[in-house]
Each structure stands twice: as C-alpha cells, then as structure tokens.
Ligand binder design. Structure first.
Ligand code: PRP
Ligand code: URA
Length: 209
C-alpha cells in the first residue's frame, strides 16, 4: 500500500496558496483548479501504457509512441467537474463518466444521486477526480461503484486531502494510488479540512449550500 504522492512542484505550491486564499473569487478559483488539475494529472500519468506507432514527418518516417488502452475520467459531482474539463484538454480522447455524490450535512455520509454507467465497463484505466478528500466517504463510495462496474485499474486525484481521508481510502482500496497537491493537518468537528480551502463546490460555483 504505497503512500499518497504529494506534489512538491513549485508551480503547484504557488497556485495552491492562491486557491486556498479566502479572497480568491470563483472566476480565479476555477482557473486555479484547472491549472492544478493539469499539473497533478501530469504527475499521475508517468506510468501510462504506450504502444509503438510510425508517423510520417515532412522529411521521413518516424518511429513514435501513442497512449494505449481506453482512458477515462470520473469526476465526482459537483466539485470534480472543473478538474475533468481541464484534464480533457490534455487528453481529449478520454471518456468522461460522471458520478453524483454529496455529503449529507447531518450524517456526513455520501449520498449517491447520479450514476448512468452502462452495464459493461468501457475503460482500461479510470482517474477519479475530486478536489477534496476529507473523511474519504465520497471517494470510497465512488470507487466501490466503479469496481462494482468492473473496473480493476483506478487512480484517485484530489487537490487537498486530510490524513483521515487518506487512511480511510487506503484501507478500503489499497490498490488505488492517490495523487495530491497537498496533504493537510486534520479535519475539524464539522469534517472540513484544516487549513483546507472551505467548500470546494461552493467556491467554484459561487454558491452557499
Ligand atoms: C465535497 C467534495 C467531496 C466531498 C469530500 O463534496 O467535493 O466530494 O465533499 O468529503 P468526504 O471525503 O468527507 O466525503 P460535497 O459533498 O460538498 O458536494 P458538492 O461537490 O456538490 O459541493
Ligand atoms: N468538502 C469540501 O468541499 N471541503 C472540505 O474541507 C471537506 C469536504
């Protein structure tokens, strides 16, 4: 069970500070989520499978490589949407499968409200995307659903995690590598990540739920 990969890239650290800042407005917040998602995706894809291909340049044939297998993005609604949009720009052939989960405010347990996965899995590798890994309930529930669908190869990407969420996810799904921009201190009594950034969905979309 490898530990989560926490990026130390200077660009990630710089943009993370701006993302956390309570004065960052939704328009800038969304742009930062996009930038950070692409940087994190770069780190999470170093081991992608490749297959040989030959292309013809204007001068000669050139032995090259291309990505092998069908890759997929699974944003957890709603806050994962911004991550998926950004990553899709890097990997436009990815399939995107949405899962709708929210944390019930009383029980703090995840409630699934949207799942339109077809009967058979269509992916070789899926990247589950959610900016926040707090208690880990939503991530575990999403990966339970995806494994139940038949997926065997998954990676989980979050911008900020609490140690409690990482532990819960690693215990439930030790085979799923975790990639983070930051691993924070702890959860508060309301199970918000400290120092965190507040509510990732509200900050992206300018709402107060
Ligand atoms: C947030 C976040 C995660 C979840 C993390 O979503 O985007 O999905 O909380 O918390 P957990 O690790 O304790 O499950 P939220 O429930 O606020 O829904 P939203 O994206 O619709 O705002
Ligand atoms: N969900 C969020 O958006 N933020 C947190 O700190 C915890 C859960």
């Amino acid at each position: 069970m490898p530990p989560p990969l926490v990026s130390r890239h200077p660009l990630v650290l710089h943009k993370l500070a701006l993302l956390r800042d309570q004065s960052t407005e939704p328009r800038i917040f969304r742009a930062l989520v996009r930038d950070l998602s692409k940087l994190l995706f770069y780190e999470a894809t170093l081991d992608l499978d490749l297959e040989p291909v030959t292309v013809r340049t204007p001068l000669a044939e050139c032995p090259s490589q291309r990505l092998a297998g069908q890759l997929g993005l699974v944003p957890i609604l709603r806050a994962g949407l911004g991550m998926a949009d950004a990553i899709l720009e890097l990997m436009p052939t990815a399939q995107v499968w949405h899962l709708g989960l929210y944390r019930d405010h009383q029980t703090l347990k995840p409630i699934t409200y949207y799942n339109k996965l077809p009967a058979r899995p269509t992916l070789d590798l899926a990247f589950v995307l959610d900016p926040m890994l707090a208690t880990g309930g939503s991530a575990v529930a999403a990966i339970d659903i995806l494994k139940g669908w038949g997926l065997t190869r998954l990676k989980f990407l979050a911008l900020i995690a609490a140690p409690e969420g990482v532990e819960t996810l690693r215990q439930a799904h030790p085979d799923v590598p975790i990639f983070l921009a930051a691993l924070d201190s702890h959860l508060n009594a309301d199970k918000y990540i400290v120092p965190g950034l507040g509510d990732a969905g509200d900050r992206q979309f300018g709402t107060t739920c």
